[in-house]
Design a protein around this ligand. Structure first.
Ligand SMILES: [Zn+2]
Ligand SMILES: [Zn+2]
Length: 132
């Protein structure tokens, strides 16, 4: 068990792996419900408005968005918002934009099927004939 200082309140606590103390985790769970309900009723909103109206710190809303627990329909907001980790496009939830997530998924699929269908090796080597 490690003693870490909490990412949010900076209080030292005995960590089981996370960077957030149990008090803050509890608070975040409460905030999550507040924010989720707010977004449910105000679909086209942005993070600044949510933070203002719910009085939940923006850092916590961002944390929830990054974890994929919350989804904002509208743009997440300028500055300090969420960006795709691959192409830096603004996104509304998670860590990747839809395009990159699809790309990553198809790359993974190809790798898996490539491993499975191994066997037909580079047998065409040297057999390239020019002109019919
Ligand atoms: Zn804390
Ligand atoms: Zn992307």
């Amino acid at each position: 068990m490690n003693i870490l200082s909490c990412k949010y309140c900076r209080k030292p606590f005995a960590s089981l792996g996370g960077r957030i103390c149990p008090d803050c985790l509890e608070q975040i769970d409460r905030d999550f419900i507040t924010v989720r309900d707010y977004i449910y009723e105000h679909k086209q909103t942005n993070i600044d408005l949510v933070a203002e109206e719910t009085e939940v710190p923006k850092a916590i809303i961002l944390h929830l968005l990054k974890e994929g627990r919350l989804i904002l329909d509208g743009p997440v907001g300028d500055g300090g918002a969420l960006f795709c980790e691959r192409c830096k496009k603004p996104i509304s939830t998670g860590k990747l934009c839809k395009g990159c997530a699809d790309k990553v998924a198809s790359t993974l699929e190809r790798n898996v099927s490539g491993q499975k269908s191994g066997g037909d090796g580079p047998s065409i080597k040297g057999s390239a004939k020019i002109g019919q």
